[in-house]
Design a protein around this ligand. Sequence first.
Ligand code: UD1
Length: 429
Amino acid sequence: MPDIVAGGIYMSAVKIIGKNKLDGSVRIQGCKNSVLPIIAASVVSGGRSVIHNCPRLSDVFSSIAILRDLGAKADLCGNTLTIDSSGVNSDTVRPELMSAMRSSVIFLGALLSRCGAACISMPGGCDIGARPIDIHLDAFSRLGVDVDSRGTSVCCSASNLHGGSVALPFPSVGATENIMLLSCVGRGVTTIYNAAKEPEIEDLQNFLNGMGARVFGAGSGVITIYAAKKLYDIEYTVMPDRIEAATFACAAAAAGGSVYMNPVVPEHISPVLNVLEGCGAKVVRYASSLLVVSDGMLNCAPFVATGPYPGFPTDAQSLVMSVMSVSHGSGVIVENIFENRLRHAYELCKMGADISVHGRRAVINGGELHGAHASACDLRSGAALAVAAFAADGETRIDKAEYINRGYDGFTEKFRSIGANIEGMNDDG
Ligand code: UD1
Protein backbone atom coordinates (compact mmCIF):
# COMPACT_ATOMS: atom_id res chain seq x y z
CA MET A 1 0.00 0.00 0.00
CA PRO A 2 2.75 2.54 -0.69
CA ASP A 3 0.16 4.98 -2.08
CA ILE A 4 -1.36 5.16 1.38
CA VAL A 5 1.21 7.45 2.85
CA ALA A 6 1.21 8.60 6.44
CA GLY A 7 3.31 11.63 7.17
CA GLY A 8 4.77 11.47 3.70
CA ILE A 9 6.59 8.16 4.19
CA TYR A 10 5.33 4.61 4.03
CA MET A 11 7.60 2.59 6.29
CA SER A 12 8.10 -1.14 6.38
CA ALA A 13 10.95 -0.80 8.85
CA VAL A 14 12.56 1.77 11.10
CA LYS A 15 16.25 2.05 11.96
CA ILE A 16 17.26 3.82 15.17
CA ILE A 17 20.69 4.49 16.63
CA GLY A 18 20.17 5.08 20.34
CA LYS A 19 21.61 7.22 23.10
CA ASN A 20 20.85 10.64 21.58
CA LYS A 21 19.20 13.03 24.02
CA LEU A 22 15.80 14.29 22.83
CA ASP A 23 15.53 18.05 22.93
CA GLY A 24 13.01 20.39 21.40
CA SER A 25 9.38 20.95 20.78
CA VAL A 26 6.80 18.87 18.90
CA ARG A 27 3.34 19.64 17.65
CA ILE A 28 0.87 16.96 18.71
CA GLN A 29 -1.42 15.63 15.97
CA GLY A 30 -5.19 15.40 16.00
CA CYS A 31 -6.47 12.41 17.91
CA LYS A 32 -6.63 9.14 15.95
CA ASN A 33 -9.14 7.55 18.31
CA SER A 34 -11.42 10.59 17.95
CA VAL A 35 -11.17 11.16 14.26
CA LEU A 36 -12.11 7.61 13.24
CA PRO A 37 -15.55 7.64 14.95
CA ILE A 38 -16.00 11.26 13.84
CA ILE A 39 -15.43 10.22 10.21
CA ALA A 40 -18.07 7.50 10.65
CA ALA A 41 -20.40 10.05 12.25
CA SER A 42 -20.15 12.24 9.17
CA VAL A 43 -22.23 9.63 7.33
CA VAL A 44 -25.18 10.18 9.67
CA SER A 45 -25.94 13.78 8.66
CA GLY A 46 -26.11 13.28 4.90
CA GLY A 47 -24.45 16.68 4.68
CA ARG A 48 -21.04 18.29 4.57
CA SER A 49 -18.46 17.85 7.33
CA VAL A 50 -15.22 19.79 7.38
CA ILE A 51 -12.87 18.17 9.87
CA HIS A 52 -9.75 20.13 10.83
CA ASN A 53 -6.67 18.75 12.58
CA CYS A 54 -7.16 15.39 10.89
CA PRO A 55 -3.95 13.35 11.21
CA ARG A 56 -2.61 11.75 8.01
CA LEU A 57 -2.66 8.11 9.08
CA SER A 58 -3.21 4.87 7.21
CA ASP A 59 -6.31 4.25 9.39
CA VAL A 60 -7.70 7.59 8.21
CA PHE A 61 -7.01 6.59 4.60
CA SER A 62 -8.81 3.28 5.24
CA SER A 63 -11.82 5.21 6.59
CA ILE A 64 -11.78 7.47 3.53
CA ALA A 65 -11.80 4.35 1.32
CA ILE A 66 -14.89 3.10 3.17
CA LEU A 67 -16.63 6.48 2.82
CA ARG A 68 -16.00 6.56 -0.93
CA ASP A 69 -17.17 2.99 -1.35
CA LEU A 70 -20.41 3.90 0.43
CA GLY A 71 -20.97 6.72 -2.08
CA ALA A 72 -19.68 9.70 -0.08
CA LYS A 73 -17.13 12.19 -1.33
CA ALA A 74 -14.06 12.63 0.84
CA ASP A 75 -10.92 14.69 0.32
CA LEU A 76 -8.03 15.10 2.69
CA CYS A 77 -6.13 18.29 1.94
CA GLY A 78 -3.28 18.84 4.38
CA ASN A 79 -4.94 18.19 7.71
CA THR A 80 -8.45 19.16 6.65
CA LEU A 81 -10.80 16.37 5.69
CA THR A 82 -13.91 17.42 3.78
CA ILE A 83 -16.69 14.88 3.53
CA ASP A 84 -19.95 15.16 1.61
CA SER A 85 -22.10 12.20 2.63
CA SER A 86 -25.19 13.21 0.63
CA GLY A 87 -24.41 10.55 -1.99
CA VAL A 88 -24.26 7.56 0.37
CA ASN A 89 -26.08 4.81 -1.50
CA SER A 90 -24.90 1.64 0.23
CA ASP A 91 -25.45 0.23 3.70
CA THR A 92 -22.69 -2.35 3.44
CA VAL A 93 -19.03 -2.10 4.37
CA ARG A 94 -17.29 -4.60 2.12
CA PRO A 95 -15.15 -7.25 3.89
CA GLU A 96 -11.89 -6.21 2.23
CA LEU A 97 -12.38 -2.63 3.45
CA MET A 98 -13.54 -3.79 6.86
CA SER A 99 -10.46 -5.94 7.40
CA ALA A 100 -8.08 -3.03 6.76
CA MET A 101 -9.15 -1.39 9.99
CA ARG A 102 -10.62 -3.02 13.04
CA SER A 103 -12.36 0.11 14.28
CA SER A 104 -14.53 0.24 11.14
CA VAL A 105 -17.13 -1.57 13.29
CA ILE A 106 -18.16 1.99 14.21
CA PHE A 107 -19.74 2.29 10.74
CA LEU A 108 -22.45 -0.14 11.93
CA GLY A 109 -24.15 2.44 14.16
CA ALA A 110 -23.57 5.25 11.65
CA LEU A 111 -25.09 3.34 8.71
CA LEU A 112 -28.04 2.10 10.77
CA SER A 113 -28.75 5.69 11.70
CA ARG A 114 -28.42 6.94 8.15
CA CYS A 115 -29.85 4.05 6.08
CA GLY A 116 -31.99 2.10 8.56
CA ALA A 117 -29.93 -1.01 7.82
CA ALA A 118 -26.29 -2.00 7.78
CA CYS A 119 -24.06 -4.98 7.00
CA ILE A 120 -20.46 -5.44 8.04
CA SER A 121 -18.16 -8.42 8.29
CA MET A 122 -16.14 -9.22 11.35
CA PRO A 123 -12.48 -9.66 10.58
CA GLY A 124 -12.10 -11.93 13.62
CA GLY A 125 -9.43 -11.66 16.28
CA CYS A 126 -6.58 -9.21 15.96
CA ASP A 127 -3.06 -8.95 17.23
CA ILE A 128 -3.98 -7.69 20.68
CA GLY A 129 -6.97 -9.90 21.41
CA ALA A 130 -10.25 -11.40 20.19
CA ARG A 131 -12.14 -8.08 20.27
CA PRO A 132 -15.72 -9.36 20.08
CA ILE A 133 -18.65 -6.97 19.47
CA ASP A 134 -21.26 -8.71 21.63
CA ILE A 135 -21.66 -5.64 23.87
CA HIS A 136 -22.43 -3.48 20.79
CA LEU A 137 -24.95 -5.98 19.42
CA ASP A 138 -26.68 -6.68 22.77
CA ALA A 139 -27.19 -2.95 23.27
CA PHE A 140 -28.51 -2.57 19.72
CA SER A 141 -31.02 -5.41 20.33
CA ARG A 142 -32.27 -3.72 23.49
CA LEU A 143 -32.93 -0.62 21.43
CA GLY A 144 -35.05 -2.55 18.92
CA VAL A 145 -32.43 -3.28 16.27
CA ASP A 146 -32.84 -6.66 14.56
CA VAL A 147 -29.44 -8.29 14.56
CA ASP A 148 -28.64 -11.13 12.18
CA SER A 149 -25.18 -12.43 12.95
CA ARG A 150 -24.03 -15.32 10.74
CA GLY A 151 -20.46 -16.53 10.69
CA THR A 152 -18.33 -13.50 10.06
CA SER A 153 -21.09 -11.22 8.77
CA VAL A 154 -23.43 -9.05 10.81
CA CYS A 155 -26.52 -7.48 9.23
CA CYS A 156 -28.80 -5.21 11.22
CA SER A 157 -32.11 -3.46 10.62
CA ALA A 158 -33.26 -0.43 12.58
CA SER A 159 -36.86 -0.38 11.37
CA ASN A 160 -38.09 -1.02 14.95
CA LEU A 161 -35.52 1.22 16.61
CA HIS A 162 -36.70 2.89 19.78
CA GLY A 163 -35.15 4.73 22.68
CA GLY A 164 -34.47 3.06 26.00
CA SER A 165 -31.89 2.38 28.64
CA VAL A 166 -28.86 0.19 28.19
CA ALA A 167 -26.43 -0.76 30.91
CA LEU A 168 -23.12 -1.91 29.49
CA PRO A 169 -21.46 -4.87 31.27
CA PHE A 170 -18.11 -3.17 30.57
CA PRO A 171 -17.52 0.50 29.63
CA SER A 172 -16.58 -0.35 26.05
CA VAL A 173 -15.36 2.65 24.07
CA GLY A 174 -16.50 1.28 20.71
CA ALA A 175 -19.93 0.19 22.00
CA THR A 176 -20.54 3.57 23.65
CA GLU A 177 -19.69 5.34 20.38
CA ASN A 178 -21.79 2.97 18.29
CA ILE A 179 -24.86 3.54 20.50
CA MET A 180 -24.36 7.31 20.32
CA LEU A 181 -24.32 7.13 16.51
CA LEU A 182 -27.27 4.76 16.35
CA SER A 183 -29.48 6.86 18.61
CA CYS A 184 -28.65 10.45 17.71
CA VAL A 185 -31.33 10.83 15.02
CA GLY A 186 -34.87 9.46 14.78
CA ARG A 187 -37.15 9.17 17.79
CA GLY A 188 -36.90 8.65 21.52
CA VAL A 189 -34.45 9.08 24.34
CA THR A 190 -31.61 6.66 24.96
CA THR A 191 -29.56 6.43 28.13
CA ILE A 192 -26.29 4.54 28.34
CA TYR A 193 -25.29 3.43 31.83
CA ASN A 194 -21.70 2.40 32.57
CA ALA A 195 -20.69 4.30 29.43
CA ALA A 196 -17.00 4.69 28.56
CA LYS A 197 -15.60 7.97 29.94
CA GLU A 198 -12.65 8.40 27.56
CA PRO A 199 -12.00 11.96 26.28
CA GLU A 200 -12.61 10.66 22.74
CA ILE A 201 -16.26 10.04 23.72
CA GLU A 202 -16.55 13.71 24.63
CA ASP A 203 -15.01 14.70 21.30
CA LEU A 204 -17.61 12.59 19.48
CA GLN A 205 -20.40 14.15 21.57
CA ASN A 206 -19.13 17.62 20.65
CA PHE A 207 -19.01 16.71 16.97
CA LEU A 208 -22.53 15.24 17.01
CA ASN A 209 -23.92 18.22 18.92
CA GLY A 210 -22.22 20.54 16.45
CA MET A 211 -24.37 18.89 13.77
CA GLY A 212 -27.50 19.50 15.84
CA ALA A 213 -27.65 16.32 17.90
CA ARG A 214 -28.52 16.45 21.59
CA VAL A 215 -26.13 14.19 23.45
CA PHE A 216 -25.32 14.87 27.11
CA GLY A 217 -23.09 13.38 29.77
CA ALA A 218 -20.02 12.26 27.81
CA GLY A 219 -17.08 12.04 30.17
CA SER A 220 -19.33 10.63 32.88
CA GLY A 221 -20.67 7.10 33.18
CA VAL A 222 -24.19 8.10 32.07
CA ILE A 223 -24.84 9.44 28.59
CA THR A 224 -28.27 10.58 27.46
CA ILE A 225 -29.14 10.95 23.80
CA TYR A 226 -32.26 12.79 22.70
CA ALA A 227 -32.82 11.82 19.08
CA ALA A 228 -32.81 14.81 16.74
CA LYS A 229 -35.06 15.08 13.68
CA LYS A 230 -32.23 16.08 11.40
CA LEU A 231 -28.51 16.80 11.49
CA TYR A 232 -26.73 19.64 9.68
CA ASP A 233 -23.40 20.56 8.08
CA ILE A 234 -20.48 21.06 10.43
CA GLU A 235 -16.96 22.43 10.66
CA TYR A 236 -15.02 20.86 13.53
CA THR A 237 -11.50 20.65 14.97
CA VAL A 238 -10.43 17.30 16.40
CA MET A 239 -8.86 17.32 19.88
CA PRO A 240 -5.13 16.53 20.41
CA ASP A 241 -3.95 12.93 20.48
CA ARG A 242 -3.23 11.98 24.07
CA ILE A 243 -1.45 8.77 23.13
CA GLU A 244 0.93 10.53 20.74
CA ALA A 245 1.71 12.91 23.62
CA ALA A 246 2.25 9.92 25.93
CA THR A 247 4.64 8.47 23.34
CA PHE A 248 6.83 11.59 23.26
CA ALA A 249 6.65 11.86 27.05
CA CYS A 250 7.85 8.25 27.47
CA ALA A 251 10.57 8.72 24.85
CA ALA A 252 11.87 11.86 26.60
CA ALA A 253 11.81 10.12 29.98
CA ALA A 254 13.63 7.00 28.74
CA ALA A 255 16.23 8.60 26.45
CA GLY A 256 16.72 11.73 28.51
CA GLY A 257 16.39 15.33 27.36
CA SER A 258 13.70 17.97 27.40
CA VAL A 259 10.63 17.73 25.16
CA TYR A 260 7.83 20.28 24.99
CA MET A 261 4.53 19.11 23.49
CA ASN A 262 1.73 21.30 22.24
CA PRO A 263 -1.28 21.11 22.14
CA VAL A 264 -1.93 18.59 24.88
CA VAL A 265 -4.54 18.28 27.60
CA PRO A 266 -2.22 16.94 30.33
CA GLU A 267 -5.16 15.70 32.39
CA HIS A 268 -6.02 13.25 29.58
CA ILE A 269 -2.82 11.31 30.33
CA SER A 270 -2.53 11.91 34.08
CA PRO A 271 -1.90 8.24 34.93
CA VAL A 272 0.99 8.08 32.44
CA LEU A 273 2.51 11.36 33.66
CA ASN A 274 2.16 10.25 37.28
CA VAL A 275 4.08 7.05 36.50
CA LEU A 276 6.84 8.99 34.71
CA GLU A 277 7.12 11.40 37.65
CA GLY A 278 7.29 8.45 40.04
CA CYS A 279 10.18 7.12 37.95
CA GLY A 280 12.06 10.40 38.39
CA ALA A 281 11.21 12.42 35.26
CA LYS A 282 10.21 16.07 35.70
CA VAL A 283 6.78 16.81 34.26
CA VAL A 284 5.43 20.34 33.88
CA ARG A 285 1.72 20.49 33.09
CA TYR A 286 0.49 23.65 31.38
CA ALA A 287 -3.13 24.43 30.47
CA SER A 288 -2.77 23.07 26.96
CA SER A 289 0.80 21.87 26.68
CA LEU A 290 3.34 19.71 28.46
CA LEU A 291 7.07 19.60 29.21
CA VAL A 292 8.94 16.43 30.14
CA VAL A 293 12.55 16.67 31.32
CA SER A 294 14.69 13.69 32.23
CA ASP A 295 18.35 12.79 32.72
CA GLY A 296 17.50 9.25 31.60
CA MET A 297 18.38 7.87 35.06
CA LEU A 298 15.00 6.51 36.15
CA ASN A 299 13.70 4.23 38.86
CA CYS A 300 11.31 1.50 37.77
CA ALA A 301 7.61 2.04 38.46
CA PRO A 302 6.66 -0.65 41.00
CA PHE A 303 3.19 -1.41 39.62
CA VAL A 304 1.12 -0.34 36.60
CA ALA A 305 -2.31 -1.81 35.79
CA THR A 306 -4.34 -0.75 32.77
CA GLY A 307 -8.03 0.11 33.12
CA PRO A 308 -10.85 2.06 31.50
CA TYR A 309 -10.49 5.86 31.63
CA PRO A 310 -9.57 7.52 33.97
CA GLY A 311 -7.39 4.47 34.60
CA PHE A 312 -4.02 3.82 33.00
CA PRO A 313 -4.59 3.61 29.22
CA THR A 314 -3.96 0.26 27.56
CA ASP A 315 -2.57 2.20 24.59
CA ALA A 316 0.30 3.47 26.75
CA GLN A 317 1.10 0.16 28.45
CA SER A 318 3.77 -0.94 25.97
CA LEU A 319 5.31 2.56 26.05
CA VAL A 320 5.69 2.45 29.82
CA MET A 321 7.06 -1.10 29.64
CA SER A 322 9.89 0.30 27.53
CA VAL A 323 10.52 3.02 30.12
CA MET A 324 10.53 0.44 32.94
CA SER A 325 12.95 -1.76 30.96
CA VAL A 326 15.61 0.95 31.01
CA SER A 327 15.06 1.95 34.68
CA HIS A 328 16.77 0.83 37.89
CA GLY A 329 14.85 -1.72 39.92
CA SER A 330 11.86 -3.94 39.21
CA GLY A 331 8.16 -3.53 38.56
CA VAL A 332 5.00 -5.28 37.43
CA ILE A 333 2.55 -4.45 34.65
CA VAL A 334 -0.95 -5.95 34.51
CA GLU A 335 -2.87 -5.61 31.24
CA ASN A 336 -6.56 -5.67 32.13
CA ILE A 337 -8.13 -4.55 28.84
CA PHE A 338 -6.77 -6.85 26.12
CA GLU A 339 -5.83 -10.47 26.72
CA ASN A 340 -2.95 -10.57 24.23
CA ARG A 341 -1.23 -7.24 24.60
CA LEU A 342 2.09 -8.12 26.21
CA ARG A 343 3.82 -9.64 23.20
CA HIS A 344 6.15 -6.65 22.84
CA ALA A 345 7.85 -7.98 25.99
CA TYR A 346 9.47 -10.71 23.87
CA GLU A 347 10.66 -8.11 21.37
CA LEU A 348 12.11 -5.97 24.17
CA CYS A 349 13.94 -9.08 25.45
CA LYS A 350 15.75 -9.22 22.09
CA MET A 351 17.19 -5.83 23.10
CA GLY A 352 18.43 -7.24 26.40
CA ALA A 353 15.37 -6.50 28.54
CA ASP A 354 14.72 -8.82 31.48
CA ILE A 355 10.95 -9.37 31.35
CA SER A 356 8.90 -12.45 32.17
CA VAL A 357 5.26 -12.73 31.18
CA HIS A 358 2.69 -14.76 33.10
CA GLY A 359 -0.76 -14.45 31.52
CA ARG A 360 -1.76 -10.80 31.75
CA ARG A 361 1.14 -9.92 34.06
CA ALA A 362 4.67 -8.90 33.13
CA VAL A 363 7.53 -8.67 35.62
CA ILE A 364 10.22 -6.24 34.51
CA ASN A 365 13.74 -6.06 35.90
CA GLY A 366 15.15 -2.84 34.55
CA GLY A 367 18.66 -2.46 33.13
CA GLU A 368 20.67 -1.49 30.07
CA LEU A 369 19.33 -2.26 26.58
CA HIS A 370 21.29 -2.77 23.38
CA GLY A 371 20.31 -2.48 19.74
CA ALA A 372 18.68 -5.51 18.10
CA HIS A 373 16.48 -6.65 15.23
CA ALA A 374 12.91 -6.52 16.56
CA SER A 375 9.42 -6.48 15.12
CA ALA A 376 6.29 -4.44 15.92
CA CYS A 377 3.31 -6.59 16.99
CA ASP A 378 0.72 -3.80 16.77
CA LEU A 379 0.59 -0.02 16.45
CA ARG A 380 1.58 0.95 20.00
CA SER A 381 4.17 -1.80 20.40
CA GLY A 382 5.92 -0.42 17.31
CA ALA A 383 6.15 2.97 19.01
CA ALA A 384 7.21 1.32 22.28
CA LEU A 385 10.12 -0.45 20.58
CA ALA A 386 11.22 2.92 19.22
CA VAL A 387 11.08 4.38 22.75
CA ALA A 388 13.31 1.55 23.97
CA ALA A 389 15.64 1.95 20.99
CA PHE A 390 16.14 5.68 21.69
CA ALA A 391 17.49 4.71 25.13
CA ALA A 392 19.45 1.65 23.98
CA ASP A 393 23.09 1.39 23.03
CA GLY A 394 23.69 0.84 19.32
CA GLU A 395 21.44 0.23 16.33
CA THR A 396 17.91 -1.20 16.40
CA ARG A 397 15.87 -2.23 13.40
CA ILE A 398 12.11 -2.44 13.91
CA ASP A 399 10.26 -4.46 11.27
CA LYS A 400 6.52 -4.26 10.51
CA ALA A 401 6.80 -0.52 11.01
CA GLU A 402 3.72 -0.05 8.82
CA TYR A 403 1.82 -0.51 12.09
CA ILE A 404 3.29 2.81 13.20
CA ASN A 405 1.79 4.52 10.12
CA ARG A 406 -1.64 3.52 11.41
CA GLY A 407 -1.48 5.90 14.33
CA TYR A 408 1.39 8.36 14.00
CA ASP A 409 1.57 11.17 11.46
CA GLY A 410 5.23 11.90 10.65
CA PHE A 411 6.69 9.64 13.36
CA THR A 412 10.28 9.60 12.09
CA GLU A 413 10.31 13.27 11.06
CA LYS A 414 9.05 14.46 14.43
CA PHE A 415 11.53 12.38 16.40
CA ARG A 416 14.37 13.45 14.09
CA SER A 417 13.42 17.08 14.70
CA ILE A 418 14.12 16.64 18.44
CA GLY A 419 17.46 14.94 17.92
CA ALA A 420 16.68 11.24 17.48
CA ASN A 421 18.76 9.25 15.01
CA ILE A 422 15.83 7.52 13.26
CA GLU A 423 15.21 6.58 9.68
CA GLY A 424 12.14 5.05 8.05
CA MET A 425 12.72 2.46 5.33
CA ASN A 426 10.37 1.10 2.72
CA ASP A 427 10.30 -2.41 1.25
CA ASP A 428 13.35 -1.67 -0.88
CA GLY A 429 15.52 -1.35 2.20
C1 UD1 B 1 -9.98 0.08 23.29
C2 UD1 B 1 -9.63 0.91 24.50
C3 UD1 B 1 -9.43 2.32 24.02
C4 UD1 B 1 -8.30 2.30 22.99
C5 UD1 B 1 -8.61 1.35 21.85
C6 UD1 B 1 -7.46 1.17 20.88
C7 UD1 B 1 -10.43 0.71 26.78
C8 UD1 B 1 -11.58 0.51 27.67
N1 UD1 B 1 -10.69 0.80 25.48
O1 UD1 B 1 -11.16 0.59 22.70
O2 UD1 B 1 -9.09 3.17 25.10
O3 UD1 B 1 -8.06 3.57 22.49
O4 UD1 B 1 -8.91 0.08 22.37
O5 UD1 B 1 -6.42 0.49 21.46
O6 UD1 B 1 -9.31 0.81 27.23
N2 UD1 B 1 -15.21 -6.14 24.55
C9 UD1 B 1 -16.08 -7.22 24.53
N3 UD1 B 1 -17.20 -7.12 23.77
C10 UD1 B 1 -17.51 -6.00 23.05
C11 UD1 B 1 -16.62 -4.91 23.08
C12 UD1 B 1 -15.49 -5.00 23.85
O7 UD1 B 1 -15.83 -8.23 25.17
O8 UD1 B 1 -18.56 -5.97 22.38
C13 UD1 B 1 -13.97 -6.22 25.34
C14 UD1 B 1 -12.75 -6.23 24.42
O9 UD1 B 1 -12.45 -7.52 23.94
C15 UD1 B 1 -11.68 -5.66 25.30
C16 UD1 B 1 -12.44 -4.65 26.16
O10 UD1 B 1 -13.80 -5.06 26.11
O11 UD1 B 1 -11.17 -6.68 26.14
C17 UD1 B 1 -12.23 -3.21 25.66
O12 UD1 B 1 -13.01 -3.01 24.60
P1 UD1 B 1 -13.42 -1.60 23.95
O13 UD1 B 1 -13.29 -0.47 24.90
O14 UD1 B 1 -14.72 -1.84 23.30
O15 UD1 B 1 -12.31 -1.53 22.85
P2 UD1 B 1 -12.08 -0.40 21.85
O16 UD1 B 1 -13.31 0.35 21.53
O17 UD1 B 1 -11.27 -1.00 20.75
